[in-house]
Design a protein around this ligand. Structure first.
Ligand SMILES: Cc1cc2nc3c(=O)[nH]c(=O)nc-3n(C[C@H](O)[C@H](O)[C@H](O)COP(=O)(O)OP(=O)(O)OC[C@H]3O[C@@H](n4cnc5c(N)ncnc54)[C@H](O)[C@@H]3O)c2cc1C
Length: 393
């Protein structure tokens, strides 16, 4: 006889681990299933660090998730004695001339200011001279300016997943790792989930399959998602003196709409000279899948990254790439999240809060997903519906 659960969570990455933890905290009978053993390097939740921002230029509707996530991570830090969140400050840079949009927002600095004001956050605007004086690692051009706040910073994705799965298990969740969901079906007031190892029944199913999600949807819905290959790079500073400029005490996380085909974003150094300094750009033109994506990065790709996006903006970084990671975005038009009930199965919740900016919200989104599954959600989440169309669009 298959085991019956209140909720099955399909996928235990950033969103699924958070949802499973929150369900277990609420005393639900929950089963979390993952085809690998998270944290792993095949999806969207690896690479040591993720930027976190309370002032979200993507839209003020995201702020509450980030605020709640910070609270949850601080609680987990206290409970488990791990370091998850570092608030070393956020810089959002912009300047004159042609600049590519960031997450579909043409002028991300202005949108960030708007979100900060709505969130009643303290922030400051730095002119070129102030940026140069405070953060000499950035080679800004005359006329560049920056938004700065003290609450932004970075969070550790692998540690967050581990912490939440650890707590979920301690609170009674069943976790089935290295088990692949083949299909799910809603009938007779419950959902049946079939895997390569068994069959499970649940009152509700949360599908948090990341870049694998389109494979579970009919073409009309799957077509709303575009999976893209992204590369994270770690470049070595020229020497110890230059590396010190990138320490978390002296260097914030940043998003910079540089005068190049794409914006860049990056982090302070989290290790020594030989571990490099992490930064990246984004690409959204070529679609892929988790099965087909090229996971290697060749010397030409590294050289192009350095020449276009690294050397001109960070003279302290050398062309030596000490590490790279290939990672996947699941993108929706206008960098939106989808968090909605499946249109053909009302006991199935589909969670795709990515579009390249989901991690900072993941602990709060996990709580929302748990509340939805248990019939306890009172938030208005119409903006995250499959068919949501803003009036201005
Ligand atoms: C390069 C990169 C940089 C990013 N930078 C930032 C940032 O700075 N700040 C920020 O806030 N966000 C950032 N993001 C976005 C953020 O990391 C993602 O939104 C988030 O990690 C997505 O989590 P997820 O749970 O949806 O997907 P995943 O973590 O990939 O989880 C999906 C899980 O589903 C499992 N699964 C899939 N199919 C099956 C199946 N059939 N059966 C069982 N299990 C299955 C997979 O194994 C996987 O573990 C970045 C993303 C990338 C790729």
């Amino acid at each position: 006889m298959p085991i019956a659960y209140d909720v099955v969570v399909l996928g235990l990455g950033a969103m699924g681990a958070a949802a499973t933890y929150q369900l277990a905290r609420r005393g639900a009978r929950v089963l979390g299933i993952d085809r690998y053993a998270p944290p792993h390097e095949f999806g969207s939740t690896h690479g040591d660090t993720r930027i976190t921002r309370i002032a979200c230029g993507e839209g003020p509707e995201y702020t509450a998730f980030a605020v709640r996530s910070h609270q949850i991570w601080r609680e987990l830090e206290a409970e488990l004695g791990v370091e998850l969140l570092t608030q070393n400050g956020l810089l959002v840079l912009f300047g004159p001339g042609q600049r590519a949009a960031n997450h579909s927002v043409p002028e991300f600095l202005g949108a960030t200011v708007d979100a900060a004001q709505k969130a009643k956050l303290a922030y400051e605007i730095l002119d070129t001279a102030q940026i140069r004086q405070r953060y000499p690692a950035f080679n800004v051009a005359d006329g560049d300016e920056a938004y700065h706040d003290d609450v932004g910073g970075f969070v550790r994705p692998e540690r967050c997943v581990t912490a939440q799965l650890h707590r979920a298990k301690a609170l009674g969740a069943d976790l089935h790792l290295n088990e692949t969901v083949i299909s799910f079906d809603q009938a007779g007031g419950s959902v049946t989930v079939k895997t390569d190892k068994g069959t499970y029944h649940a009152q509700e199913l949360i599908v948090a399959a990341g870049s694998w999600l389109p494979g579970f949807l009919k073409p009309a819905l799957a077509g709303q998602f575009k999976v893209t290959r992204q590369v994270l790079y770690w470049f070595r500073a020229h020497g110890a003196r230059e590396h010190a400029q990138f320490s978390p005490q002296r260097f914030p996380v940043y998003i910079w709409q540089v005068p190049a085909p794409q914006p860049i974003y990056g982090f302070p150094a989290t290790g020594g000279l030989e571990e490099g300094v992490k930064l990246a750009t984004e690409q959204d033109h070529t679609a892929t899948t988790p099965a087909a994506v090229a996971r290697a990065v060749g010397p030409d790709e590294i050289r192009e990254m350095y020449e276009t996006y690294v050397g001109p903006y960070f003279p302290g970084l050398s062309p030596i790439c000490v590490k790279y990671k290939v990672c996947l975005y699941t993108q929706v038009d206008r960098a939106r999240f989808i968090i909605d009930r499946h249109p053909d199965a009302d006991r199935v919740i589909v969670a795709s809060p990515c579009s390249g900016h989901g991690f900072k919200h993941s602990a709060g989104v996990g709580e929302l997903l748990a509340q939805m599954a248990l019939g306890e959600n009172h938030q208005d989440i119409a903006r995250f519906a499959f068919g949501y169309a803003p009036r201005s669009a």
